[in-house]
Structures are given as structure tokens and as C-alpha cells.
Design a protein around this ligand. Structure first.
Ligand code: ARG
Length: 271
């Protein structure tokens, strides 16, 4: 009798464990049943995701947003963008707050241990942005020793700064817009960013420029859609199809070009 009970309890434990593991990661059919896909993103990362005024209304736009809409279309559901700080974006797919995350997320070996990723859709490059008036002062990584350098919290730029600017005084902030303001106000002397993002800020701020110094990217810096570990392969395949089509057809480049025609609203980031 005792043995029977023990076996029974074991069965219950194993059963509930497997129920748990099958609920991490979303399934394509689950999303289709819901009729919407919740996409975690951020809102200060032009040209990928940012807010701009359209008809007087703050509107989320950018290439990642177009990609999210194309994924929703392919699934036959609505896209529901959930805007949060970048340092919460990845965690939101694990907690189940979002189904997928699209936020210029770089694939790294470290992140691959905790998340599944789609194929890459964009190759980024890391640079240092400074004030034009400092052009002659900050010409090498060594010239930034002892200087205040910013990077976004939770981004790979945080690690790049730690590795390659270990003797700078590093400041990690949640909002890129805030970092750019601190740079303009001399609170920061430099900010580590990806090139496309920096170019957006430079084109809208005459007093800023990309510094003439080189950061070594340890990993290749490629953006991909992130999923919780254990996400159903059907969904990942659908996303990969959409990515392939967007790249092959030139749509992705067109989305980037369209995004470059909008002005980023100077609103602070949402939580
Ligand atoms: N590519 C970098 C990373 O994955 C930065 C991404 C920041 N994205 C954003 N929407 N702020 O860490």
C-alpha cells in the first residue's frame, strides 16, 4: 500500500513538472487561439523602435515594429506591442508577459543559454559617440581613461564598455535618450552605442559625432527575435520565414529608410 502511494505521489510530481516545462515557451497554435501576439520592445532605439508624432499622436514606429507586424500578419493575429525598458525585454519572454521580443536584441553565446533566437536580421557595429567639440581630445580608447562613459543598462554595450574601457568611469542608464542628454550636458564624455542608433542621434544633434576610434566586438553583433527557451519550433520557423522574406525582398531596408524619415519624440522611456 505504501509503495502504491509513493508511486502515486511520484506520478503527480512528474506530471506537474512536465506540465510546467511545456508551458515555458509559447506555441504557434496558442498564439493563434489568443488571436494576438504580445511583442516586448522598447521605445528609444531609432531606427528600430521609437516614438514619433503622427497626426499629433505619439506613435511607435521603426523597422522592428514593421517586422513585428509582418510576423503577426503571417500568423493571422494582431500585434500587441508591450513597451518596457530594455533591461526588462528579455526577461519578459521567460516570465510569459510577452510571447516574443523584438528590440534590436543581439545574439550572444551567453544569451543563447537562456533564450531561443530566430535567424539574424541585421548586422550591427559598435561605436563611441562624443561631442563635436571634443573631436581632437577623444581619439583613442586610452583617451577615455578616467572619463565618464555611458552604456545602456542590460545591453551588450554594457559588457563592451566593461571589457574595453575598464579604466573609464562607467555609467549604465536605462534610457538612451537620457544618456544622449547627459552627453550634451557634459555629464558624460562619451557613450557606447551601435552605429545605426548613433547615426540617428548625430543627424538630429549638430553638436554630436561618432568618434574616430575602434571598438572590437567580441561576438559578431547580429540582431534576432528572442523567444523563451522551449518555444515551439513552428513559431520560430514562421518568424524565420518572415525574416528571410523581409531581407530578400528589400522590405527590411525599406523599413529602415522609412524610419529614418521620422523624428524621434523626445519623450522619456516607458517602464
Ligand atoms: N543590441 C544591443 C543588445 O542587444 C542593444 C539593444 C538595445 N535595444 C533597445 N531597444 N534599446 O544588447
Amino acid at each position: 500500500m505504501k509503495k502504491f502511494f509513493r508511486g502515486f505521489i511520484l506520478l503527480i510530481i512528474v506530471g506537474s513538472l512536465s506540465a510546467c516545462s511545456s508551458s515555458t515557451g509559447v506555441s504557434q497554435s496558442g498564439i493563434q487561439d489568443k488571436g494576438k501576439i504580445v511583442i516586448a520592445t522598447e521605445s528609444e532605439f531609432a531606427p528600430f523602435e521609437f516614438k514619433t508624432l503622427i497626426d499629433g499622436k505619439d506613435t511607435l514606429v521603426g523597422a522592428d515594429i514593421e517586422l513585428g507586424n509582418a510576423i503577426a500578419d503571417a500568423l493571422g493575429v494582431d500585434a500587441d506591442f508591450s513597451v518596457m525598458s530594455f533591461n526588462n525585454v528579455l526577461a519578459s519572454v521567460t516570465s510569459g508577459k510577452a510571447d516574443i521580443a523584438i528590440a534590436g536584441i543581439s545574439v550572444t553565446d551567453e544569451r543563447k543559454k537562456a533564450y531561443d533566437f530566430s535567424d539574424a536580421y541585421y548586422e550591427a557595429e559598435n561605436i563611441v559617440i562624443i561631442k563635436k567639440s571634443d573631436e581632437a581630445t577623444y581619439t583613442t580608447l586610452e583617451s577615455l581613461v578616467g572619463k565618464a562613459v555611458g552604456a545602456q543598462k542590460g545591453s551588450i554595450q554594457e559588457n563592451i564598455a566593461k571589457d574595453q574601457l575598464p579604466d573609464s568611469s562607467l555609467v549604465f542608464l536605462t534610457s538612451n535618450g537620457e544618456m544622449i542628454n547627459e552627453l550634451k550636458n557634459n555629464q558624460l564624455q562619451a557613450v557606447v552605442l551601435e552605429k545605426a542608433i548613433a547615426e540617428g542621434y548625430v543627424s538630429q544633434n549638430d553638436d554630436l559625432m561618432i568618434a574616430d576610434m575602434t571598438l572590437e566586438s567580441s561576438d559578431t553583433d547580429a540582431y534576432a527575435v528572442a523567444f523563451a527557451k522551449g518555444t515551439d519550433q513552428d513559431l520560430i520557423d514562421t518568424v524565420n520565414d518572415v525574416i528571410k522574406k523581409a531581407k530578400d525582398s528589400g522590405d527590411f531596408d525599406a523599413w529602415l529608410e522609412k524610419a529614418a524619415t521620422y523624428t524621434q519624440s523626445s519623450s522619456s522611456s516607458d517602464e
